[in-house]
Design a protein around this ligand. Structure first.
Ligand code: SAM
Length: 248
């Protein structure tokens, strides 16, 4: 899988691609990331990539032409018809289902906006999908693009230390789509707070039941709509339903 990232700040990507899970995915080439700076395709001594908005108002707008030239170069380099993804507050909010789809794709061309955004004519002509990280405004699309690549990377075979890790993660519909249970580690007693006794019991069945109930309890209190979705998809057992009834 390959992501081509159009970014005015390629230096932001160095630490991202050199740390943890994303480093493993990048270095093993299971997630190839190539960086392209639209400024390299801008003209003039100052290589200008933005200008004032027509109609007045604050801020600057990214020029269409350097983005177009940059995109053409990327297209020539990758030869497939990968979709162009723009990160934008106007996009569809990123959720696990989309991440899972991207994880099984051949990748995409990711466009990171800056300033007030990008000339709409470029968006209308070349952008296939718009993705938002949530209802807030970032200074640029880079963090959103990194969020997508990070989430996709951890779903690639061989990237996580333990292949079962993402099976128990929150939102995984292949399991139940619920929130993950709480986790504890050493020491057994930390500043008067103890680990739940069942986790120290060595009784695997009881531990599995406790974890299942904790997933249900947490999801019921924090994200009840995920319980409804799991129920509608037939992912709750009779035992789950009995436990949920007890919660009221
Ligand atoms: N004027 C825009 C608005 O209010 O919708 C905000 C522009 S923002 C300062 C600059 C860039 O950050 C955007 O073009 C987009 O690429 C990125 N961005 C900002 N918020 C985002 C979000 N919630 N999700 C994804 N990308 C975002």
């Amino acid at each position: 899988m390959r992501f081509d990232v159009l970014t005015l700040f390629p230096e932001m990507w160095e630490p991202f691609l050199r740390c943890g899970v994303t480093r493993r995915a990048y270095e093993s080439r299971s997630v190839d990331v190539r960086l392209w700076n639209p400024r390299d395709f801008a003209e003039g001594p100052y290589r200008r990539i933005d200008d004032r908005p027509f109609g007045g108002g604050p801020g600057m707008v990214m020029l269409a032409e350097p983005l177009y030239l940059c995109l053409e170069r990327v297209r020539a380099d990758r030869t497939d018809s990968a979709p162009v993804v723009l990160f934008s507050p106007a996009g569809d909010v990123l959720r696990h289902a989309e991440v899972a789809r991207w994880a099984h794709s051949r990748g995409a061309i990711l466009l990171c906006g800056r300033y007030e955004g990008i000339d709409q004519r470029f968006i209308d002509r070349f952008v296939d999908v718009q993705v938002s990280l949530g209802d807030f405004v970032l200074s640029g699309g880079e963090l959103a693009a990194m969020a997508l690549i990070d989430a996709v990377a951890r779903l690639q075979p061989g990237v996580l230390g333990d292949e079962n890790s993402h099976a128990q993660d929150s939102f995984n519909p292949a399991v139940d789509g619920l929130l993950d249970c709480p986790h504890f580690t050493r020491p057994e007693r930390w500043r008067e707070a103890c680990v739940p006794a069942v986790l120290l019991s060595g009784h695997h069945e009881q531990i599995a039941v406790w974890r299942r109930q904790q997933r249900l309890l947490l999801t019921h209190s924090r994200r009840p709509e995920l319980i409804e979705a799991a129920r509608a998809a037939g992912r709750l057992s009779a035992g789950d339903e009995r436990y949920l009834q007890g919660l009221g």
